[in-house]
Design a protein around this ligand. Structure first.
Ligand code: NDP
Ligand code: PYC
Length: 345
């Protein structure tokens, strides 16, 4: 489970979560973040890699580094937390990353949710380049229900429109249950996450039909055609498109952040992180009457399994996590070498 020395013949290697987190922390610090931001981003990224959420694990590190080097984001930003109302917390992320802004406001948000039954956190002036489930799952681990949305960068054609406007705009939800890990789903409202298109292009793989269009608006299964002047489609036609619109409204209009089409990073070559907003809603289900929420959600899971369902959202991730905890996080040796170089260059 060690990061070095590497076996020169092995194409994969295994690292502990702690080793990977420390390496990532060194990279972020080396490229201009504060200690606290480096820690939050490193834990987020290592968790994604540990859980097999590859489109938002170490794959993202070169993008973080080029963005930090471009001056587009402030890696040392200190979020400004405002206690706005009994159930409302606002954070100006100060052109920094969204996760440190969430961390700064978290205890106030939880206190408010526990006293009022529900509270929301509106983050603006923020960059989110990660998976969304790490932002909600910890709430469910402490018995709360959480929902979060974040918008990204224009690359999705709204259903029935002619050109891209929306971001890939994920929605993540987490709820506690009595006999197992929280129920969590986290999904892009595009037919496929932009990160997965990049990964497919890198591997030379074709995409399933219905994911995107080329620069002429024609359906394509070629990821490069989508990335080079083409665009993605929403998942589920008009239904995913409506959800993506909702994400723009909640994550940007409601928080004071940019819509996915509102920022211009062209003067920051290397910038990759969308400068937008994020909304988190936390509910305390102990205010529910009758049986506990966690027992009710367990009953729903029981019935879903009885109906023949074999895989709940989150199951694959939790299985991969258990494997990583036992054998270490499996990584390509080549990717690890690239990370080590980024920690030193
Ligand atoms: P997927 O389509 O891979 O998965 C979406 C959800 O469905 C997950 O919770 C997954 O659980 C679950 N799931 C997948 N397949 C099944 C199945 N057969 N049966 C039951 N459940 C299933 O995710 P996306 O490609 O849509 O998104 C990938 C990531 O990209 C997300 O983490 C998202 O937050 C991130 N993203 C981030 C953006 C940003 O701006 N920061 C923008 C867009 C996306 P499991 O995880 O267990 O497989
Ligand atoms: O994978 O679509 C994506 C994405 C956008 C911003 C961060 N991830």
């Amino acid at each position: 489970m060690s990061a070095s020395p590497l076996d020169h013949d092995a194409s994969t290697t295994h690292l502990s979560y702690e080793t990977l987190t420390l390496l990532l922390q060194r990279i972020f610090l080396r490229h201009g973040t504060s200690e606290s931001v480096a820690q939050v981003l490193a834990e987020n990224c290592a968790s994604a890699e540990r859980d097999g959420a590859h489109s938002h694990g170490v794959f993202r590190v070169p993008g973080y580094v080029s963005t930090l080097n471009s001056g587009w984001v402030n890696g040392k930003a200190v979020p400004i937390v405002e206690d706005v109302a009994s159930g409302y917390v606002r954070v100006d992320a100060a052109n920094g990353f969204a996760q440190p802004a969430l961390a700064a406001a978290r205890s106030l948000l939880v206190d408010k949710a526990r006293s009022a039954g529900i509270a929301l956190l509106a983050i603006h002036n923020s960059h989110h380049f990660a998976a969304l489930w790490p932002d909600v799952e910890p709430f469910a681990e402490e018995g709360l229900v959480a929902l979060s949305v974040v918008n990204s960068m224009t690359c999705v054609v709204p259903h029935g429109a002619d050109r891209p406007l929306f971001g890939t705009n994920p929605i993540a939800f987490a709820a506690p249950r009595a006999d197992g890990p929280p129920i969590v789903f986290d999904l892009a409202t595009s037919a496929i996450a932009h990160g997965d298109v990049q990964i497919a292009a890198r591997k030379g793989e074709r995409l399933p039909p219905g994911m995107g269009v080329d620069s002429l608006g024609q359906p394509t299964q070629d990821p490069k055609a989508i990335l080079e002047g083409g665009a993605l489609l929403p998942f589920g036609g008009h239904k995913g498109s409506a959800l993506s619109m909702m994400v723009e409204l909640l994550a940007a209009a409601l928080t004071g952040g940019n819509f996915s089409f509102e920022f211009n990073w062209s003067e920051h070559p290397g910038a990759r992180t969308p400068w937008t907003g994020q909304l988190v809603i936390v509910i305390d289900p102990s205010k529910t009457t009758g049986q506990s929420f966690a027992e009710r959600s367990q009953e729903l899971v029981r019935q879903m399994h009885a109906a023949g369902l074999r895989r709940l959202p989150g199951d694959r991730r939790h299985r991969t996590r258990a494997k990583s905890q036992q054998a270490g996080i499996e990584m390509d040796t080549k990717d690890l070498r690239q990370l080590q170089a980024l920690a030193e260059d």
